[in-house]
Each structure stands twice: as structure tokens, then as C-alpha cells.
Design a protein around this ligand. Structure first.
Ligand SMILES: [Mg+2]
Length: 183
């Protein structure tokens, strides 16, 4: 029997990778600022046949600071801006002060759900995040990792980069080196 190929995916953290982060949560459209060259980066990855999946902690929902509808409005705006190329969004609405959850990063559960639902090969996949808690679960699942950071000497990520555009170049260079084709 022929073994069907699993997909390569680029998992993305949202706040601090796609849009500017804010310690008070980002949930209003007017404060949802997509960062420089992010749309272009997403389109490049899409053209190279990666699935694009956002994995985001949104604890402000369980803390009742905003609603999941507020979050959906931001995601719909992002989808429109990038021409609907993001395959899926997974979010953990929980916060330790309200309820514990394995879904919340650094838990691996949201990643595992996505891997099962989208038939993903973690070893062909990448996680791009700006925090240790993004990188840790991805490494546990044997993905390649890139941390967006200006200076994190304690990073456990495979690669560091300044922004999503630079991270995209790292991924595409790896593809070229290995001459991997996903299709
Ligand atoms: Mg982040």
C-alpha cells in the first residue's frame, strides 16, 4: 500500500510574530498592527506549499477582558489582508488563574490537534514564535524552531531571527539545501 505523504506546516505564534504584541492583550482591530513584510512572508511560505497554522494563547478570553468574537474579528481581518491563505487558527482561551489547560502553550495539545486534523508531519514542519513557551512544545514534537528575538542568549530555538520575513528566508534556504519538495 502506498503511504500517503503527510504535510509540511509552518506553525505561527500570533502576537509578536504576525502583529505587534501588547502586554494588555491585542483584541481591538485598531490595535491589531500587522508587522513589516508579514503578509509577503506568509505568501512566500504558502507558495512553497506549506500549510500555515496559527497557534495562539488568548487568555484574555477566560479572564473576560475580551470575547472570542473580538479575536475572530482580528483573525478575519488578517485573513483578508493575506488573501485567505492561513489554513487554520487554534487558540487556548485559558489562563492559569481561571483554569489549567494542556492547550495553553507551552502545552503541546493544540499542536497535536492540528497535526492530527491536518495530517501534518512534525519533522517536516516549523514553529515560529517570539517566546520560550512557543519554542518548547514545538521542540518536544520534533519540529524545527525559529525564535523572533532581538537578543535572547538563552534561546533553545534552532534559529533566531529578527522578524517573520527573515525567518521565512531561513526556512526557504533549508528547503533549497535539502532539495525537499512537499508536492
Ligand atoms: Mg507571542
Amino acid at each position: 500500500m502506498m503511504k500517503k505523504n503527510r504535510h509540511a506546516c509552518v506553525f505561527l505564534d500570533r502576537d509578536g510574530v504576525i502583529n505587534q504584541d501588547n502586554p494588555h492583550y491585542v483584541y481591538q482591530l485598531k490595535k491589531f498592527k500587522i508587522m513589516h513584510r508579514v503578509i509577503e512572508a506568509l505568501q512566500k511560505l504558502y507558495q512553497h506549499h506549506f500549510l500555515l497554522i496559527v497557534i495562539t494563547n488568548q487568555a484574555g478570553i477566560s479572564r473576560k477582558i475580551y470575547t472570542s468574537q473580538d479575536m475572530e474579528t482580528c483573525h478575519a481581518y488578517l485573513q483578508k489582508k493575506c488573501q485567505y491563505i492561513i489554513h487554520d487558527f487554534y487558540h487556548a482561551p485559558y489562563h492559569p488563574t481561571v483554569s489549567q489547560s494542556l492547550s495553553r502553550k507551552p502545552g503541546t495539545l493544540l499542536f497535536e490537534k492540528a497535526i492530527a486534523q491536518w495530517f501534518i508531519d512534525p519533522q517536516k514542519s516549523w514553529m515560529i514564535g517570539d517566546k520560550h513557551t512557543d519554542i518548547l512544545p514545538a521542540k518536544t514534537l520534533h519540529m524545527q524552531t525559529i525564535q523572533i528575538t532581538n537578543d535572547d542568549q538563552n534561546s533553545i530555538a534552532h534559529y533566531l531571527s529578527q522578524n517573520l520575513w527573515e525567518a521565512t528566508q531561513i526556512i526557504l534556504n533549508q528547503l533549497k539545501k535539502k532539495q525537499i519538495h512537499h508536492y
